[in-house]
Write a protein that binds this ligand. Structure first.
Ligand SMILES: *Cc1c(COP(=O)(O)O)cnc(C)c1O
Length: 391
């Protein structure tokens, strides 16, 4: 570990293999995975269908570069366009890169309409990634600390406040980049009409509505994409995390009006959408559909929420239990950053974000028994933590 640049404070465990919602460490201990590699392993670990597809693809063709046509990438683009209602896709390798593509697309779209210094509206508490452009869009001063100068061209408003965006009056504004619910920011849900109101504002002003679905996409919230709860059509969405169930792949999908702004030579990536990653993503989509996992995320999310509420609602120290589908946050009224380590002791993998929000993002195909186990484990853990704190 000393040979690693210490960008992570890692928990003292290393996993050797996984099976469904469970991971196993090098001492043979089992852990129920309540975080799924940070919303990545939607189908759980070692999914047989994904394993077979990537093994076969590895024996057939891994990489050719985007100098040539890649039929699997074209098929994946068509599937994602059908599912999202958008018109064209650009593939990359991560969420940050997907957002970089969206930022460049928005700037190019604005420049072509004569706006020479385009501005993108972003929100407080937002998380869009760690590369410089995505970091400038991110609304977390701690993440930005020490990396000046950051790219310009972002205007920040409070999250979940559509009128703060409506009130902006700057001719350089050309796009809004928004999470449908904030993940890293603390599992924050905006009012139900937020995206509809933003769509209306963007339509009136000719701004692009760009939705960062990197964490919420691929069924996590009980719809294939979280914007679909609002019945709107965005101009751009970005995807990554769950798209390849662990194989690195990201995507920026755009409407035909804006997608044409990134022409040949304007953007690119060596690895993006290679046959291996595209095959994994196609298998993820097939499996989500065949196993009805988007609907399952909605019902399992309701069940998990119900279990948690039964155990924790009204408990002193529990501020709020909230979420959508299988993206759930339990906000405590005190720091909770020690909880992931204590959870490890109990054979549970959880995460804490924004200091005091226990975040759960289990695989979408988690079964009822494991769901109950997760709820009980988390409730016990929070109960013990709060008892100790008040003692
Ligand atoms: C994780 C995340 C990102 C960054 O994705 P990386 O693959 O880590 O670059 C961007 N946006 C949101 C909403 C995320 O949750």
């Amino acid at each position: 570990m000393q040979a690693l640049i210490p960008t992570y404070k890692r928990l003292p465990v290393a996993f050797t293999h996984g099976d469904g919602s469970w991971l196993y460490d090098d001492h043979g201990r089992a852990y129920l995975d309540g975080i799924a590699g940070i919303a990545v392993c939607v189908l759980g670990h070692s999914h047989p269908g994904v394993a077979a597809a990537i093994a076969e693809q590895a024996r057939t063709l891994v990489h050719t570069s985007n100098l040539y046509r890649i039929p699997l990438q074209e098929r994946l683009a068509e599937r994602l366009c059908q599912l999202s209602g958008l018109d064209a896709a650009f593939f990359c390798n991560s969420g940050a890169e997907a957002n970089e593509a969206a930022i460049k697309l928005a700037r190019s779209h604005a420049q072509q309409r004569g706006i020479t210094e385009p501005q993108i509206v972003v929100t407080e508490g937002a998380f869009h990634g760690r590369t410089l452009g995505a970091l400038a869009a991110t609304g977390n001063p701690q993440a930005q600390q020490g990396f000046a100068p950051l790219p310009e061209g972002f205007q920040r408003v409070p999250y979940a406040d559509a009128e703060a965006i409506a009130n902006l009056d700057d001719e350089r504004i050309s796009a809004v980049l928004i999470e449908p619910l904030q993940g890293e920011g603390g599992v924050k849900l905006p009012p139900a009409d937020y995206l509809r109101r933003l769509r209306q504002i963007c339509d009136e002003r000719g701004w692009l509505l760009m939705i960062d679905e990197v964490q919420t996409g691929m069924g996590r919230t009980g719809q294939m994409f979280a914007f679909q709860h609002s019945g709107i059509r965005p101009d751009v969405i970005t995807l990554a995390k769950a798209l390849g169930n662990g194989l690195p792949i990201g995507a920026c999908l755009a409407d035909s009006k804006s997608s044409a702004c990134l022409g040949p030579g304007s953007h690119g990536t060596t690895f993006g959408g290679n046959p291996m990653a595209a095959r994994a993503a196609l298998t993820v989509i097939d499996t989500l559909e065949q196993e009805h996992l988007v609907a399952h995320a909605a019902s399992a999310g309701n069940a998990l929420m119900h279990h948690l509420q039964e155990r924790l609602a009204g408990t002193d120290g529990v501020k709020e239990i909230r979420g959508q589908g299988l993206m759930i946050g339990i906000e405590l009224n005190q720091e909770a950053t020690q909880l992931p380590l204590r959870a490890l002791d109990k054979g549970l993998l959880i995460n804490v974000t924004a200091g005091s929000v226990v975040r759960l993002l289990p695989p979408l195909n988690i079964n009822d028994a494991d769901l109950q186990h997760l709820a009980d484990g988390v409730a016990d853990l929070i109960g013990e933590h709060l008892a100790e704190y008040s003692a």
